[in-house]
Design a protein around this ligand. Structure first.
Ligand code: GLU
Length: 510
């Protein structure tokens, strides 16, 4: 019987969610939705030493901002909960399976102290072997339930000695599985080590909890970062040891996200070093460090998601702009490449410009309104703001650019760009502006009418276009460039425009 597609995003709350983690979540989401399946958020918090306060909330908030809604998970619940591994552990979920592995001879107790482990590594190093791991060979020289008598093991455990449970990797066997992105992965079990599955403090390790939960939560596809590829063979063995081979999920290990120059993995420090965010939303670490986020830097989630989708997945067509739904429809794992993808911050800006321009003037007006109010600008009427957005959106990359580059819509210029004044404000400029005040005062204040009147005036006077145009632009905006001047004048209105022209005559060139 075909199983319902169920995938999970399983971050550990060890810090903020890196953009690479967001991509993993996105691909899981797209895959689930494409096949009418479930997308689950599971928090893998069994390693208490790496727990960072605030990280879990950050992860949930980030997914929400990105629009990646999960169907089950922490904070939401679901049929297979709880979804936080520390809570699952308290219910004894993992211990049961650790005991099963021990009883079946697929795992064993080990009592070695950190010093003894270190001595083993030294010994193996001196002997010149290629590996210094705790494995099918070295375990025979260590203090564990394979080398100690049953009575000794029972005595040690009863005496409360620290122990770990290790998986007993077969000594010489081919372990293989098919990765949906990389094809067959084959390793010789002699190269695998006897990883710790459980500790006497009552906590399972990542491997144990991860495999047990994927099984219990009926996960059909494990889609995760390439860094987990080396864990694949161990997980495959655990499925086999626990008798779950027939329901083992399919695997897909996603390629790395690389630095813009392609030299190595994109790290959390790269963003602020190279001037772009590597986190979806701002992160303030418990010790006060602040890392910038896409949200706070003025990016739209649609732009970030669109950019991330194409970093590793290729639609096979020229199409670049995809809504989330279009991504769902087009996504497939077989178009995810094997090699790493270079991060391209300029392209992300390009996506942001696209999404900014695609928004209606009215929607943009609502988005900039809080900033307008914060600046205490006099005119914050919706219609006026929509007009400003309409004129400025072609010139903006981020929402904030609209206001930063357009303050002259909101207030009269306080200064006039010295360079432009020097080059373009001529002896006759004051007189021209004076004349135009009269011309503009007596007509309807519409861009087309203003332009027509302006053209008629310069024609009559036998003037060129440049000097008169720059003169009024300087008086109205204080700068030499911007949207079509007569559009600006129409938006700010007659009274304000005439006032500014008059102030210009008085104040420019002084
Ligand atoms: N907890 C792991 C992480 O932090 C999950 C890896 C997996 O998806 O199996 O990435």
């Amino acid at each position: 019987m075909e199983r319902k597609v169920r995938v999970r995003f399983a971050p550990s709350p060890t810090g903020p969610l890196h953009i690479g983690g967001v991509r993993t979540a996105l691909y899981n989401y797209l895959f689930a939705k494409k096949y009418g399946g479930d997308f689950i958020l599971r928090i893998e918090d069994t390693d208490q030493t790496r727990y960072v306060a605030g990280a879990e909330d950050y992860i949930i908030e980030s997914l929400k901002w990105c629009g990646l809604k999960f169907d089950e998970g922490v904070g939401l619940g679901g049929e297979y909960g709880p979804y936080r591994q520390s809570e699952r552990n308290e219910l004894g979920i993992y211990k049961k399976y650790v005991d099963q592995l021990l009883a079946d001879g697929h795992a064993y107790y080990a009592f070695d102290t950190p010093e003894e482990l270190e001595q083993m590594r030294e010994r193996l190093k001196t002997a010149g072997g290629s590996s210094q791991q705790y494995d099918s060979v070295s375990r025979l020289t260590m203090k564990n339930s394979l080398t100690l008598s049953a009575e000794e093991v029972t005595r040690k455990i009863a005496a409360g000695e620290h122990y770990v449970v290790r998986v007993k990797i077969p000594s010489n066997e081919e372990v293989k599985f098919k990765d949906n992105i990389r094809g067959w992965v084959v390793v010789d079990s002699a190269n695998l080590d006897d990883k710790v599955l459980y500790k006497s403090d009552g906590m399972p390790t990542y491997h144990m909890a991860n495999v047990v939960d994927d099984y219990l939560m009926k996960i059909t596809h494990v889609i995760r970062g390439e860094e987990w590829l080396p864990s694949g063979p161990l997980h495959v063995l655990l499925y086999r040891f626990l008798g779950w081979k027939d329901v083992m999920p399919e695997f897909a290990h996603l390629p790395l996200l690389l630095k813009p120059d392609g030299n190595g993995k994109l790290s959390k420090r790269d963003g602020d070093r190279l001037g772009f965010p590597v986190f979806p939303i701002e992160w303030k670490s418990p010790d006060g460090e602040v890392y910038s986020g896409y949200r706070e830097s003025g990016y739209f989630p649609e732009a970030m998601i669109n950019m991330l989708a194409l970093l590793g997945w290729n639609p096979g067509t020229e199409q670049e702009i995809f809504s989330l739904q279009e991504l769902v429809d087009a996504f497939s794992l077989d178009k995810v490449g094997k090699s790493g993808s270079k991060f391209d911050p300029e392209k992300t800006k390009w996506f942001n410009e696209h999404y900014l321009r695609a928004k209606s003037n009215e929607e943009l007006a609502q988005l900039i309104k809080p900033v307008v109010l914060e600046h205490k600008f006099v005119n914050s009427k919706d219609e006026f703001l929509a007009d400003v957005c309409g004129l400025m959106k072609e010139r903006a990359t981020f929402l904030n650019d609209i206001i930063e580059k357009s303050t002259y819509f909101f207030e009269a210029p306080k200064t006039y760009d010295a360079e432009t004044v020097k080059k373009k404000w001529k002896e006759e400029s004051s007189k021209i502006v004076e004349d135009l005040v009269v011309v503009f005062s007596n007509i309807e204040f519409k861009a087309a009418t203003l332009e027509e009147a302006f053209k008629k005036y310069i024609e009559e006077k036998g003037l060129g276009f440049g000097v008169p145009m720059t003169a009024i632009r300087l008086a109205i905006t204080g700068v030499g460039g911007g949207p079509h001047l007569f559009d600006i004048m129409e938006v700010i209105g007659k009274e304000e425009s005439i006032n500014r022209l008059n102030s210009g005559i008085k104040n420019i060139n002084k």
